[in-house]
Write a protein that binds this ligand. Structure first.
Ligand code: DX5
Ligand code: ZN
Length: 249
């Protein structure tokens, strides 16, 4: 039997169940290039994947849905040539339907859209799937899990924002944890298969909490690319995630 690692308190039954069912083999690190050196993206990605990053998280911002602007399909197309690992495109944009085909064509493997930015969310998720991409839905810190009730059956992953989207290196918002637990609980109850991803403020001091809450795909920007060597940073974070989640008893 396995249970979550040492913490301030004994894990509750649900946490134990989540870890026991999903284990650590399915924990993945998704380095976010938002904090990388954009003049050396291929090298930075290579270092992060050498350290165990198995998905590259790409933050797409339009200056409308969030107060920042980043990159578009041409950069995704170049990234596609620079790495073999899946590209996880997190669309923080208005009117995502208009751009989903372009991102898919550029080489995105996973595409997620915000619940708050999608007027016809069911249609948008099917649009992503129609382009042979994994479809994800994202919720902001102020958005309850309950708003996703009618789409959880069709999504491949749910991304819980643990900061308000728009910028890297922000402080982790602890109220995101109960949403991950809730998503794990709903998945078990209803027999769904989505994975749970967390994004924002994931670092050595928060990673054990998110893993114990049920997160399986860990997005990390500043903790991987902020300072030092991305390979070392990624390896340390992944190690901390895995050792926090598994203590055999
Ligand atoms: C924020 C982005 C995140 C960001 C996370 O809007 O969605 O992916 O890169 O950065 P850190 O890990 O630095 O909080
Ligand atoms: Zn993101």
């Amino acid at each position: 039997m396995i249970r979550p690692g040492l913490g301030c308190c004994r894990p509750n039954e649900l946490e134990t169940q989540v870890i026991a069912v999903y284990g650590t083999d399915l924990i993945e690190l998704a380095p976010s290039i938002l904090s990388a050196d954009f003049a050396h993206l291929a090298d930075q990605i290579g270092r992060a994947t050498a350290g165990g990053g198995s998905v590259i998280h790409v933050d797409i911002m339009d200056g409308h849905f969030v107060p920042n602007i980043t990159i578009g399909p041409p950069v995704v197309r170049s990234l596609r040539k620079a790495t073999q690992v899946p590209l996880d495109c997190h669309l923080m944009i208005e009117n995502p339907d208009q751009y989903i085909p372009d991102f898919a064509d550029a080489g995105a493997n996973w595409i997620s859209v915000h619940q708050e930015a999608s007027r016809h969310l069911n249609r948008t998720l099917h649009l992503i799937k129609s382009h042979q991409c994994q479809a994800g839905v994202v919720i902001n810190p102020a958005t309850p899990v309950e708003t996703l009730s009618e789409v959880l059956e069709i999504v491949d992953y749910v991304l819980v924002m643990s900061v308000n989207p728009g910028f890297g290196a922000q402080e982790f918002i602890p109220s995101a944890l109960h949403k991950m637990r809730k998503l794990a609980e709903i998945r078990a109850e209803r027999g769904y298969s989505y994975r749970i991803e967390v994004d924002g403020g994931v670092a050595l001091d928060t990673v054990s909490d998110v893993v114990r809450a049920g997160a399986e795909i860990l997005v990390a920007g500043n903790a991987v690319f902020g300072k030092g060597d991305p390979k070392t940073n990624a390896a340390a974070l992944l190690d901390a995630a895995r050792s926090a989640s598994l203590i055999k008893v």
